[in-house]
Design a protein around this ligand. Structure first.
Ligand code: ZN
Length: 338
């Protein structure tokens, strides 16, 4: 292991010494660095490969401890709006080549990293920055319009997809009021708000139990007022009453008011429904709210299996065949509120 020593002014042998590094850029990292030392004059020597290895280790720890963004995060942000490194640098107002350096593994300062992270997480903030950069002539009109229209497109596409699911659901689930929808016209918006509301009150709401919640709510409503709340039609399924033709699948994909989360468990996959907390109960009357709360109170602390078993005791389920629609006539004999 020989290297040039600028102090001895000749090629020398060197040894490696480990030194503790407690912090880097003000963040505690507790690691070490290898330092090459001249065996003759005992001065520190610079050896490229050793320094690179040190930096790699220190940067990685620092990134992790200080929660610094990764090169890929920046590449993804550029990909989303289809912009170059130079354009992104101009939008952020950083020095020339900054983004290029970060994408090649250079470590941003904590404040620059936090700033980029904010813009990655918040589209509106990013667009705001783009407008500012355009106003200050840091980017040209073409780039500006490309980014803004891309953002617009992203939003429209998402809204369109959601509206198409709603249209589809109305098409397949809506019928004239009869004994199978509890003499109620289908109201998708109301259903979305009720689901969000239930999910906000019930921990670990799965799609299987959600079907029972909705069925019980409609049945209790019909029992008390001779009209259901949601306008949904239900059928006999193995684990109890469910929305007909598995349309709960599409309903769970509407994600303005709640989000679905598929999780793997020991007994297979389950789908959880998580409230976004933005439900609106304006279209739900006090009486309806009371009915919904009653069912939540009864089922809330029961397991999926218990809820399923409870529904198996109901005449509405017992007296219908598998896949047959469940008539609201059975609401008069509801077990759960007896
Ligand atoms: Zn030396």
């Amino acid at each position: 292991m020989r290297v040039y020593c600028p102090f001895c002014k000749k090629e020398v042998e060197y040894k490696i010494e480990k030194r503790d590094i407690k912090e880097f850029r003000g963040i505690e990292i507790n690691t070490y660095e290898n330092v090459a030392i001249c065996k003759e004059c005992h001065q520190d020597l610079y050896v490229n490969e050793i320094e690179e290895k040190n930096n790699e280790r220190i940067y990685e720890l620092y990134r992790e401890k200080a929660n610094i963004i990764k090169p890929q995060d920046i590449i993804d942000l550029r990909g989303k709006y289809d912009i170059s490194q130079r354009e992104l640098t101009a939008i952020l107002g950083f020095g020339k080549m900054t983004i290029n350096r970060y994408e090649r593994g250079g470590v941003p300062t904590k404040s620059q990293s936090d700033y980029i992270k904010l813009l990655i997480d918040n589209n509106d903030k990013f667009i705001e920055k783009v407008k500012e950069a355009y106003k200050n002539n840091n980017i040209n009109e073409k780039i500006y319009e490309k980014i803004v229209s891309k953002e617009l497109n992203n939003n429209i596409t998402k809204k369109e997809v959601q509206d198409n699911i709603r249209k589809y659901l109305k098409f397949v689930l809506n019928r004239k009021p009869d004994i199978y929808n509890g003499y109620k016209t289908l109201d998708i918006e109301k259903i979305e708000n009720i689901i969000s509301y239930i999910a906000s009150k019930v921990k670990n709401l799965t799609i299987t139990s959600l079907n029972k919640y909705l069925w019980y709510i409609d049945m209790l409503s019909f029992n008390q007022r001779s009209i259901a709340i949601t306008g949904l039609t239900y059928q006999n399924q193995k684990f109890g009453p469910t929305i007909v033709d598995k349309k709960y699948d599409e309903i769970s994909l509407l994600d303005e008011k709640y989000t679905r989360e598929d999780i793997e468990t020991e007994n297979g996959n389950t789908t959880k429904i998580i409230s976004n907390g933005n439900y609106n109960l304006d279209k739900i009357s006090d009486t309806e709210r009371k009915i919904i709360d009653t069912i939540i109170k009864i089922l809330k602390n029961k397991s999926v299996t218990d809820i399923s078993e409870l529904s198996h005791k109901e005449e509405g389920w017992r007296k219908t065949k598998r896949f047959e629609r469940i008539s609201f006539e059975y609401a008069m004999k509801l077990n759960i509120v007896k």
